[in-house]
Design a binder for this molecule. Sequence first.
Ligand code: ATP
Length: 333
Amino acid sequence: MTAAVSLDRVCCTFGTGAQTVRAVDGVDLDIAAGEFFTLLGPSGSGKTTVLRMIGGFTLPTSGHIRIGGQDVSQQPPYARPVNTVFQDYALFPHMDIRDNVAYPLMVRKVPRAERLAKADELLALVQLPGVGSRRPAQLSGGQRQRVALARALINQPQLLLLDEPLGALDLKLREQMQSELKALQRRLGITFLFITHDQHEALSMSDRIGVFNRGRLEQVGTPQQVYDTPATRFVAQFVGAANVLEGAVAQRLAGQAAAMLRPERIRLGAAVDARATGTVAEVQYFGSFTRLRVDLGDTPLQADLPGGMPAPAAGQAVHLHWDDSAVHPLGAV
Ligand code: ATP
């Protein structure tokens, strides 16, 4: 089957000489039609540059980008069957909401009555009926985000690019928009390429995640694969909390040259059969769980206790237990 989006050894370099930045460094990626795919990575890792190259706003220095099988590497943005939702929404402040949503149809010279009717349809789809005559400044951040989404969908793109679209929202609204966006994507069947540096957002919304680091894809997989079986130390530590064990400590605790142990897989228990014994150095309360930093002498270990369980105090000795399946070996990388 033809991939909705395909990147073939794509590189992007900015600047020259000593100022050269290799923003994207040989990325290969296939995204399937109808997939909700997230690029996850720290600030400056190259996510936005990849999205801009797919949208046509930045041209690759080398490599090929295909959308629906067509090589679009050198095509301008308007020639691509793609739309983009930017973090700042980029709404026109002087136009009312209906005209904002209908704008892409105006560019295509669709008659006014027809395009406004379509805008109303899209506003209903994003659950914003009745605000069409307002200006963007008269809406909340979450409402403006929905307007930007409606405008991006009005041309029925094959592919929607979303650059940290929920970044400006407060946590509650962000969580609500996450599930709405996911439901909308399922309903419309459009391929979504979503960018975030928020691992919770990536894990909860995506069919697959590509983890970016320094212009390279370190791992592509389902949320479970990326979380449970990270391919590298970077992925283990960037996606969720992780104890990364190395050398003698890894041999002693996990029987491996290097391994990852998630804090929530560690339990407190009796001295008998304990995998390790140490002293609680720090207790952090998070509500739904409590994180302990346990000093084992040669290494600290993070252990999470479920919320509601009594936590030991700092200075107390504790015995740590975990199942064999909690240990994930890490390779040499
Ligand atoms: P963020 O989450 O902060 O948006 P990002 O992962 O999207 O980060 P990019 O914006 O793709 O990262 O940037 C990747 C690298 O390329 C960074 O080092 C950045 O400074 C550099 N870069 C991006 N755009 C340009 C440009 N137009 N000129 C020069 N360097 C750039």
